[in-house]
Design a protein around this ligand. Structure first.
Ligand SMILES: Nc1ncnc2c1ncn2[C@@H]1O[C@H](COP(=O)(O)OP(=O)(O)OP(=O)(O)O)[C@@H](O)[C@H]1O
Length: 333
């Protein structure tokens, strides 16, 4: 089996932790005295002091990070509520990874106030780490182990870990459970990464571009899994370059550009999207027509009257999240 301090631990959150998570308690059946596979969730529960104090899972104020003279992150104010799916969008080099790795305790900020599950990630304890799940951008190398062996190993490090069979079903890897990890396809390895992020039943889960390499069907399946996790109360911070993913999953979206948060809102309201005019388009013998309007219904009724019924090749569109996003990041795109 894997040694508990391998590089792979980064996958579930931590690079060479001082104290790996406590091993699970083994219950003995009253009837037979044999160990049962049920895991005790209670030790994790005991650690949740912040839950009773606040529903804010993440709070950041004036969080700054510089490399040399260059400020790469400068977040004035940001909070994420318990059970929220919060998406971070931004162009390459905007500071998304820097920010999420600060939240995960993998990098430290230079100044400002930051609390994740009630603790400053710079001073994260082993107990805090068991409450946080991390899926990094790059897949890890799992050597000569099968999917099930890897998951069982990491499950054994957590009190209250998820059942491995349930997990392989949930991420669509059940058929591959006895396959060596190195024989998985790119998309399947990514699903294994996600399973490893979930195995410890984290209260907050960080997903960095989780669906890269997924085919459309698996992506949809993965979205359902994420929505199920939210229903269970898991808080999810999702970094993605897929605007449709953010639109489908996120309760709120933050756009980050050149290290600063440009806007935070629901996907429907981001950047004043809900106030943007609709575009009514149609084609007739004179060519293509386009009309911007705040009242598309009225415009369509008026056109229907003008054409005496069907408006030829009628379309009504509003700006997509992508339109708004590209407009917001402007020259930083
Ligand atoms: N260790 C480092 N030393 C110096 N500069 C760094 C370091 N890590 C990140 N940066 C710089 O900080 C800025 C933000 O990088 P970051 O990786 O957070 O961006 P990102 O939004 O995650 O980009 P991508 O979408 O490409 O993953 C970039 O300009 C990058 O060059």
């Amino acid at each position: 089996m894997l040694a508990p301090r391998t590089r792979s631990l980064v996958q579930v959150g931590w690079d060479a932790p001082d104290d790996p998570p406590a091993p699970p308690r083994v219950h003995r059946s009253k009837d037979t005295g044999t160990p049962s596979t049920a895991r005790c969730a209670e030790p994790n529960r005991r650690l949740r002091s912040i839950d009773v104090l606040t529903d804010r899972v993440i709070q950041a104020r004036n969080v700054r990070k510089s490399y040399g003279e260059r400020v790469v992150l400068d977040v004035d104010e940001l909070s994420v509520e318990k059970g929220e799916i919060f998406a971070l969008l931004g162009p390459n080099g905007a500071g998304k990874t820097t920010f999420t790795e600060i939240l995960e305790g993998l990098r430290s900020h230079d100044s400002g106030e930051l609390s994740v599950l009630g603790e400053d990630p710079r001073r994260a304890t082993a107990a805090w780490r068991t409450r946080v799940g991390v899926v990094l951008q790059d897949s890890q190398d799992y050597a000569q182990l099968t999917v099930r062996e890897i998951l069982e190993h990491f499950a054994s490090l957590y009190a209250g870990a998820r059942d491995v069979a349930e997990l392989t079903h949930a991420v669509g890897l059940h058929e591959q459970r006895d396959q060596l990890a190195r024989q998985l396809s790119g998309g399947q390895r990514r699903r294994l990464d996600v399973a490893l992020g979930l195995v410890g039943r984290p209260e907050v889960l960080f997903l960095d571009e989780p669906t890269t390499g997924f085919d459309p069907e698996v992506r949809r399946q993965f979205w359902e899994l994420i929505l199920d996790l939210r229903r269970e109360g898991t808080t999810i911070v999702l970094t993605t370059h897929y605007l449709d993913e953010a639109e489908h999953l996120a309760d709120r979206v933050a756009v980050i550009s050149a290290g600063r948060i440009v806007d935070v809102d629901t996907p429907q309201r981001l950047g004043g999207r809900h106030l943007a005019k609709a575009v009514v388009g149609w084609n007739d013998e004179h060519g293509a027509h386009r009309m911007e309007t705040e009242d598309p219904t009225g415009a369509v009724l008026e056109l229907a009257g003008r054409y005496g019924g069907d408006v030829p090749q009628l379309t009504v569109t509003r700006p997509t999240l992508e339109d708004i996003y590209l407009h917001m990041i402007g020259d930083n795109a």
